[in-house]
Ligand binder design. Sequence first.
Ligand SMILES: [Zn+2]
Length: 253
Amino acid sequence: MIRYFTRWRTRRILARHPIAEPAWRYALAYCAPARRLPAAEQARLRVLATLLLHDKALEPVQGLALDDGMRALLAAHACLPILHLGLGWYRGWHALVVYPGLFAPERDYVDQAGVVHHTRAVLEGEAWERGPVILSWEAVMQSGSPAGHNVVIHEMAHKLDMLSGTANGFPPLHACMDRPAWSQAFADAWHRLERARRAGHPVLMDPYGLENPGEFFAVASEMFFEQPAALLELSPDLYRQLTLFYRQQPIPA
Ligand SMILES: [Zn+2]
C-alpha cells in the first residue's frame, strides 16, 4: 500500500511540476557528469531532480534570483550522488540556501582550552547537521574547474555521511559492503596522498580532503562523479568502495 501510494505521489508530482525542456537543457549544458550519462540514466536523473525540487525549498538570498534553468541545474548536481540510492537518502532536511557569491558567516566557537574564537571564513558551501545545505552560486557554476571539483556533490556527500551521525567519512554502508574494506581503502588512499603532498609531488585529489576523514569522503565523492577515471587510477580500492556505496556501474576498463 505504501509503495503504491509512493508511486502514485511520484507520478502526480512528475505530471504537475515537470522540469521543462529548456530548463533541463540548461542543466545538462552546465553539469558535465549529468551530460555524460547514458540516456536512460539521464532520464532517471531528471525524475529525481523533479522530485527534489518538489521536496526541498530552494532559497536564494542576497538578491540572487533562481530561474527554472538554475533550479534544474542545482537539482541535477544534487541528485547525481543519489541516482541509484533514491531521494530517501536526503531525508531529515528541507532547504538549499543559495548565495550569489562566496559567503563568509561569522561564527563563535570554543576551543579545547575553553577560549572563545570569532571566525569569518569564506565558504563555497556548507552542510548543517539536520539543517540546510548552503551553496554559493558562483561556486556551483565553477563545477569541474579545477578538474574534479564540484561543490554541490561535496556538500551532498556530507549529507549522506551525516545519516550515520556526524560527518566522519563513514556513511551508512549497504549490507553487501564490508566496513573494514571501506576503512582500509580510505586509509590507504589518505596515506598515499599525504606522503605525496609532504614530498611536494603533484597531488591528483584536492588536498583539502586531508583536513579530516569527513572531508576526504566528500572530496573523493566529487572526484568519483567528476573524474572517475582519474580516481580509479589514483586508488582502485577507493574507487571500488565508492562504486559499491553509490551503486554505480564501474567504468569499463
Ligand atoms: Zn566539506
